[in-house]
Design a protein around this ligand. Structure first.
Ligand code: FAD
Length: 404
């Protein structure tokens, strides 16, 4: 996107080079949104992002709106559709359309794309940047660092952007993995593979820090699903700071209130005599999950006869269903993360034009900055928006300085 905007704005008046360490640019894009590229969200606003206490400029707020992103892509020739949850995708439903459109525009504007060329260092000397790559040395009037974070290094983002920024005088808030599954201390082997609708909450000191509704996927010793990804920021941030992570409490029947649940189960159990308890519970939830809850909450065999179950045990089971508690074990590493939390501190960047406050002519775009967001297209929307603003500003600066 930086390349497209520079090309469009400069119309051949500047020499522009994209350095990409992979053999092709934009590889990660093809993996986004399960190959469909969820490139934005109609609900995008300042509140959609984890901004570590910073607030956005009015320019950035305005351009983070979905309408702006849609227009930006429209100007490049990409048609966009949205689903009922406000998630935006290319009309074709294929991530490759997004990448092709970006590549076509780069080619159209004659931007030099140097692939298999990793940037190893950038220094400022005599008002110019000296860029040292794995195969050469270049000078530049302006530089945009858009190297992503450290998440999913298999796609090229290995955290080297943070090092480039640090060497140019920037402070980088310790990066941590976000949008990850959560590893737990609890042995979940008996319910491995179970999926169910839930409301997952993070609690700390009796307060709810975050909550999400969605499909929970249970693995041997971890939990996953979009709702888990969306709260992982808080847990992984606590681990990265060496703090105690918030407790996980899961409501396994979020549409049923506790009193209704108690009276429904009691009525069913007291009317069922010799029938095994887990069979009766199948009427309200997955049988494997029910058996696990029965054992955990009331220390009973799942096949216990209903006539042998007490009122106190039923209440314990209901409480467990409404607040199934798990404790986080550790943070997954960056290989399992879709995005990085942390990054280049926002207070060292002029958010009106994405320029560095530390080195004139330096700009930032995308995930290398200390911003991350939940699933839903917000992270890419941040990347496009900051790319567009930084590219436009860099062109303006280069052209102004050229005319002096
Ligand atoms: C599997 C997966 C699915 C995702 N799905 C979605 C989704 O549907 N919607 C959404 O909004 N977000 C999604 N994300 C997150 C989103 O892809 C990122 O937030 C976004 O790509 C960040 O864009 P970026 O340009 O800042 O960095 P990146 O996309 O990471 O691009 C950085 C580029 O810089 C290159 N590079 C890095 N260092 C150097 C160097 N030193 N020299 C030269 N080149 C370098 C890398 O090879 C890479 O090509 C997903 C992420 C993953 C991993």
């Amino acid at each position: 996107m930086c390349g497209c905007v520079v090309g469009k704005e400069s119309r051949g008046r500047l020499n522009t080079v994209i350095f990409e360490r992979n053999s092709k640019t934009g590889r990660k894009l093809l993996a986004t949104g399960n190959g469909r590229c969820n490139l934005g969200n109609t609900a995008s606003s300042e509140e959609s992002y984890f901004l570590s206490g910073s607030s956005l400029s009015s320019e950035l707020k305005e351009r983070l709106s979905f309408e702006y992103t849609k227009e930006l892509f429209g100007s490049l020739g990409l048609m966009i559709k949205t689903d009922s949850a406000g998630r935006a995708y290319p009309q074709s439903g294929n991530a490759s359309s997004v990448l092709d459109i970006l590549r076509n525009n780069i080619r159209k504007y004659g931007i030099d794309e140097r692939t298999d060329e990793k940037v190893n260092s950038i220094k400022k000397s005599g008002g110019k940047f000296i860029i040292v790559t794995q195969s050469g040395e270049y000078t530049a009037h302006c530089v945009i660092i858009a190297c992503g974070g450290a998440a999913s290094p298999v796609f090229g983002s290995d955290g080297s952007g943070f090092e480039l920024a640090k060497a140019l005088g920037h402070t980088v808030t310790k990066p941590f993995p976000s949008l990850t599954p959560l590893s737990v201390n609890d042995d979940l082997r008996p319910i491995k593979g179970v999926r169910c609708d839930c409301e997952i909450k993070l609690q700390s000191g009796g307060e709810t820090v975050a909550s999400e509704r969605g499909e929970l996927q249970i693995n041997e010793n971890s939990i996953s699903g979009i709702c888990v990804f969306n709260i992982s920021h808080y847990v992984n941030l606590a681990f990265s700071k060496g703090e105690k992570p918030p407790e996980i409490a899961i409501d396994l029947l979020p549409d049923v209130n506790i009193n209704k649940l108690k009276s429904f189960i009691m009525k069913a159990v007291f009317a069922s005599g010799d029938i095994p308890l887990d069979e009766v519970m199948t009427g309200i939830m997955n049988k494997k999950l029910a058996g696990f809850i029965i054992k955990r909450a009331a220390s009973l065999s799942p096949a216990v006869r209903c006539s042998d179950v007490s009122k106190r045990e039923i209440i314990a089971i209901c409480n467990e269903i409404k607040s199934f508690k798990l404790t986080s074990k550790r943070s997954f590493d960056f290989t399992k993360a879709q995005v990085s939390g942390g990054g280049v501190r926002l207070d060292e960047v002029d958010l009106k034009n994405m320029s560095s406050k530390k080195a004139q002519g330096l700009y930032f775009a995308g995930e290398v900055l200390d911003v991350d967001a939940p699933c839903g297209g917000f992270n890419l929307q941040w990347a496009w928006t900051t790319a567009e603003i930084s590219a436009r500003s860099a062109v303006l600066r280069c052209l102004n300085d050229k005319n002096k």
